[in-house]
Ligand binder design. Structure first.
Ligand SMILES: *Cc1c(COP(=O)(O)O)cnc(C)c1O
Length: 487
């Protein structure tokens, strides 16, 4: 039953609060600031409570249901992370405090850097960037700085595969560099012949390459070491988009595969609630070659002020640092959550995350692939991409399937990405779901495929039971209406 709008239940004179009698003399606000003609709703406390609680329940989130949004790693975020991040000693820190008074926070940052170094196989880590895309910008600036430092100013080309996340070419362009797109081969890997040709053609202009591995098809590149080798041979550097680290934790390390710099998405792999704009955190790991260029400051042990019992932590600037990329020290609250998550799981637990993430994705794929075509059909990693399109139901599109999933109580997968798959549905179940949930989701997809043939209108008009029906998403994005206005 639709809830009445708060303006509809408004009655003159009703009020949700009882203020005490003022114990000071009343006076008017100056300059006509006090207005009594504002159309504010007048409601009782219980109506107000119900209004906001109802609004909160109209939302869909990881805590309310299955959220297989590919590339976003919408895993369950353990509540212990929030408890620790809310400890008053962390919450009430001020970034201008003296180092001696924030040793606990610096300890946490130092060991988070150490853990991320170990997990990714890198020589050093900076926690500054605020999100994945910001980490990309940071990493590409570091690659550019490396070439400039060697007096090699003519390099201005970055190779980006056609399966890349849109942020990769965007970050390149923001750094004033040029993108050269590299096609994928029939198995979903980087096309080695095309890569070789591009490396030859742009050899003296090559800054490097940005590669996501596993890529956005959910596939581990079968020639990743040849790819990194080729780019290095031509004087380029390898950037790793680490958004897909969920598939690799404890199993493979990008640093060992030849990547020189990589961003981690703490808010994806290392469990911080995300979506709706943040806050995230996109630390960057660097090989020996690039470590000196990391953004400043990073946390180090101050050996002069340490003794046998207690280490003293201090901020240092890497010698050739590209400088600051963020005010103060990055999003500390997210770092606390990631640190807690890593410590709770330990090395074996982290490895199990990746194993179950991969197992769950392969399981869902196996349940639906006879009905939903999987164009690059290989053992997938933590996600897979299928086509939301059936030859015998030509009017039904991936978007219709996604909207119909809402009626079944599931958040839709990512749609129309990566661009190289026709009517793409990109499904990432994550490790935190049970077999029952995965079965229910796969069954919903199979029933929807049936409906596509027997009753396509049902899909075209979906969702049927959501607070809002099918929206014109382009119109909505161009003409934002952020508040309801009374008539
Ligand atoms: C999410 C994502 C990014 C960008 O990360 P943000 O934290 O959203 O800026 C980059 N690449 C891939 C593959 C991603 O999935």
């Amino acid at each position: 039953m639709p809830e009445p709008l708060i303006f509809e239940i408004s009655r003159p004179g009703r009020c949700a609060v009882a203020l005490p009698e003022p114990d000071v003399r009343l006076s008017d606000l100056p300059g006509g600031l006090g207005r009594d003609d504002l159309p504010l709703p007048e409601v009782r406390e219980v109506d107000l409570t119900r209004h906001y609680t109802h609004l909160s329940q109209m939302n869909y989130g990881v805590d309310t249901g299955f959220y297989p949004l590919g590339s976003c790693t919408m895993k369950y975020n353990p509540k212990i992370n929030e408890e620790v991040a809310r400890l008053s000693g962390f919450v009430h820190l001020h970034p201008y405090q003296d180092e001696e008074t924030v040793q606990g926070a610096l300890f946490l940052m130092y060991y988070l850097q150490e853990f991320l170094k170990e997990i990714g196989g890198f020589a050093a880590v900076s926690l500054q960037p605020a999100a994945g895309a910001h980490g990309e910008l940071t990493g590409v600036l570091m690659m550019r700085a490396y070439h400039l430092d060697r007096g090699d100013a003519k390099r201005d080309v970055i190779l980006v595969p056609d399966s890349a996340h849109g942020t990769n070419p965007a970050s390149t362009t923001m750094c004033g560099l040029h993108v050269v797109e590299i096609p994928s081969d029939a198995r979903g890997n980087v096309d080695l012949a095309a890569l070789e040709a591009a490396c030859e053609e742009h050899s003296d202009r090559l800054v490097g390459m940005m590669l996501t591995n596993p890529n956005t098809l959910g596939l581990f590149d079968e020639h990743v070491e040849e790819v990194t080798g080729l780019v290095h041979e031509h004087g380029g550097l390898m950037y790793g988009d680490g958004a897909n680290m969920n598939a690799l934790l404890g199993i493979a390390r990008p640093g060992d595969l030849g990547f020189d710099v990589l961003h981690y998405n703490l808010h994806k792999t290392f469990s911080t609630p995300h979506g709706g704009g943040g806050p995230g955190s996109g630390p960057v790991g660097a090989s020996e070659r690039l470590a000196d260029f990391l953004p400043a400051p990073i946390v180090a042990v101050d050996s002069e002020r340490s003794d046998d019992e207690v280490e003293f932590y201090t901020f240092v600037n890497p010698p050739k640092s590209i400088g600051r990329v963020k005010a103060f020290y990055g999003h500390f609250g997210v770092m606390v959550k990631a640190y807690t998550y890593i410590r709770m799981l330990g090395p074996e637990g982290l490895r199990r995350v990746a194993e179950y993430a991969v197992l769950n994705a392969n399981y869902v794929m196996s349940q639906i692939k006879e009905i939903y075509r999987v164009p690059y059909e290989r053992t997938c990693m933590h996600e897979f991409v299928c086509e939301g399109h059936f030859p015998d139901a030509p009017d039904v599109r991936a978007l219709d399937i996604s909207k119909r999933l809402i009626d079944y109580g599931f958040h839709p997968p990512t749609n129309y990405f990566p661009l190289i798959v026709h009517e793409a549905l990109m499904i990432e179940p994550t490790e935190t779901e049970s077999k029952e949930t995965l079965d229910a989701f796969a069954n919903a997809l199979l029933r929807i495929a049936e409906e596509a043939r027997t009753d396509p209108t049902l899909l075209h008009e979906a969702p049927h039971n959501a607070p809002v029906r099918r929206l014109d998403e382009v119109w909505a994005a161009r003409n934002l209406i952020l508040r309801w206005k009374p008539e």
